[in-house]
Write a protein that binds this ligand. Structure first.
Ligand code: C5P
Length: 283
């Protein structure tokens, strides 16, 4: 086998709490993360010419691309002599959106290289390599409904969340993750997510309980010029979403719907105003 193609799924944060700033400059988090069906397609092929060539839609395929960084980390950390690679990403997940699109691509590259070169590498070893590439990459290796803690590398699988249809809507601007973290003063956050309550609702399969506990502290530090996020959130709620919140460090907003029809019509309505609107579901 010289090539594989894998789906790279987007994630959203059903809860996202920032607990404290760490000495290494990162933050300790507690977040219930959920995979959704929106995905990029990542192909990885071994080539004979030594270098890494990466095509990734409109995004540079250079050393700044997490997919390339993941490939380099794979060879460094496993000690496998570097091979020539061709990485092709069919991009659908919006960039700079809070949906971990770049991390998902990086995770797919790691899984692809494992399949091609060293199938016996364990998932936990692959997740350790993933953590070097970025805080969300270990979760993207794992996927599903997961409690993510520490910097994002401490993962606890959770009972699968009740099936919701999801409308994702990204306004035209992007937000920088370091900028959003720099606005957080963890000790000053007043309305924290009820993470324990969310875990309990998931264990009980309690849809209403899950919807009631959707919350992201980054909404509290959003600069006022990006208030469109709240307008989208309110619109999703008016259109029948059982819960709506910003995902990750934003600015994409997700709405959770129990009913396909309501999700479909909310999608149609928002799509006419926002090009980057997607109808998707939990996976
Ligand atoms: O790990 P990653 O490169 O994705 O993180 C991007 C930035 O987000 C970091 O440079 C840091 O500013 C911030 N971050 C953080 N705490 C985390 C994850 C990310 O402060 N747990």
């Amino acid at each position: 086998m010289t090539g594989v193609t894998l789906p790279a799924y987007a994630k959203l944060n059903l809860t996202l709490d920032v607990l404290r700033r760490r000495n290494d400059g990162y933050h300790d988090l507690a977040s219930v993360m959920q995979t959704v069906s929106l995905h990029d397609d990542v192909s990885v092929a071994l080539t004979e010419d030594g270098g890494i060539v990466c095509r990734c839609g409109d995004i540079p395929g250079d050393e700044s691309n997490l997919a390339v960084r993941a490939a380099r980390a794979f060879f460094v950390k496993t000690g496998i002599p570097p091979r020539g690679l061709y990485i092709d990403v069919v991009k659908r997940i919006p960039v700079g959106a809070g949906l971990a699109g770049g991390s998902a691509d990086a995770a797919a590259v790691l899984r692809g290289l494992r399949a091609l070169l060293r199938p016996e590498i364990s998932r936990s070893e692959l997740e350790r390599i993933a953590a070097v590439v970025g805080s969300d990459v270990p979760y993207c290796i794992r996927g599903g409904t997961v409690l993510s803690e520490g910097r994002g590398e401490c993962l606890t699988p959770l009972p699968g969340a009740p099936r919701f249809c999801v409308v994702l809507c990204k306004p035209a601007f992007s937000l920088s993750t370091p900028m959003m973290f720099s606005r957080i003063r963890a000790e000053e956050l007043s309305r924290r997510p009820d993470t324990a309550g969310m875990l309990d609702a998931l264990r009980r399969g309690d849809r209403a309980g899950v919807a009631a506990r959707v919350r992201n502290v980054f909404e509290d530090v959003l600069p006022p010029e990006y208030a469109e996020v709240f307008a989208i959130r309110d619109r999703l709620l008016k259109l029948g979403a059982e819960a709506a919140a910003m995902s990750g460090s934003g600015p994409t907003v997700f709405g959770l719907f129990g009913d396909d029809m309501a999700a479909g019509s909310a999608y149609m309505e928002l799509k006419s105003a926002y090009a980057q609107t997607f109808l998707t579901r939990f996976v």
